[in-house]
Write a protein that binds this ligand. Sequence first.
Ligand SMILES: Cc1cc2nc3c(=O)[nH]c(=O)nc-3n(C[C@H](O)[C@H](O)[C@H](O)COP(=O)(O)O)c2cc1C
Length: 250
Amino acid sequence: MPESDPVTPRGAVAAPDEPAYKALTRHLPEPRFVPLPGYARIDEARMLAQAETFYQTMARRRTTRHFSTDPVPRRLIELAILTAGTAPSGAHRQPWRFVAIDDPTLKARVRAAAEEEELKTYSERMTDEWREALHPLGTDHVKAHLTDAPWLVVLFAEKYGLRPDGSHRKNYYVDESVGIAAGLFVAAIHVMGLVTLTHTPNPMGFLRDALCRGTNEKAVLVMPVGYPRPDAQVPDLARLPLEAIVQWNA
Ligand SMILES: Cc1cc2nc3c(=O)[nH]c(=O)nc-3n(C[C@H](O)[C@H](O)[C@H](O)COP(=O)(O)O)c2cc1C
């Protein structure tokens, strides 16, 4: 291919005073910028009050495995997914895909497949160390929440994109990006007054087939969403204090 080919910048020569790497993107359109939208600086007292309120709200979030069967409007699920979709992502690839399920038959199929895998995990695959780590949470292979909750939201990570011609488009920092999106989803669900469970059936391969997703995607989390049952319980856990999770400077 000739060096002047517009999609092959290899060999591009930097102009004087231009860092050499800049020449490598000279064939691409100029990036477009807009003013930072919707930003209004607020005074420190209000910042503190808002930050305190948000923290106190999030500190009340808990994972429960006991869901009510009461229905939840689809718009609330849409809003949680839209919120998740505001996450930052490597090279803005947005490598998250959500499958929202309220079809009882499909939920039952996901539950049956998850329980089959989980039974093998709990009885055969789990190391003693892993079993001991899970013991305080009281979990087992029975996943009633997968059919009790009105919605199951399955989060897939897009490992790589697919161009119309079938070639692969690389995604960047997929795990980190999808993790942040999951965090925003969990926060949105909590702030709207619902509960969720970030559930990782192990292994997760069955979800790709059951939900007709492409081989470029990997299931990451199954999140039942709904109201807690009136008798919902949670394990008695404590969170690490600030000094255990932060270091200020070196
Ligand atoms: C990546 C990830 C995987 C998890 N997998 C499961 C799971 O498979 N089953 C389950 O019951 N809880 C699962 N959890 C929930 C954790 O057990 C729970 O978040 C933890 O015990 C802390 O409790 P909290 O969320 O109430 O603060 C998972 C959480 C995360 C973040």
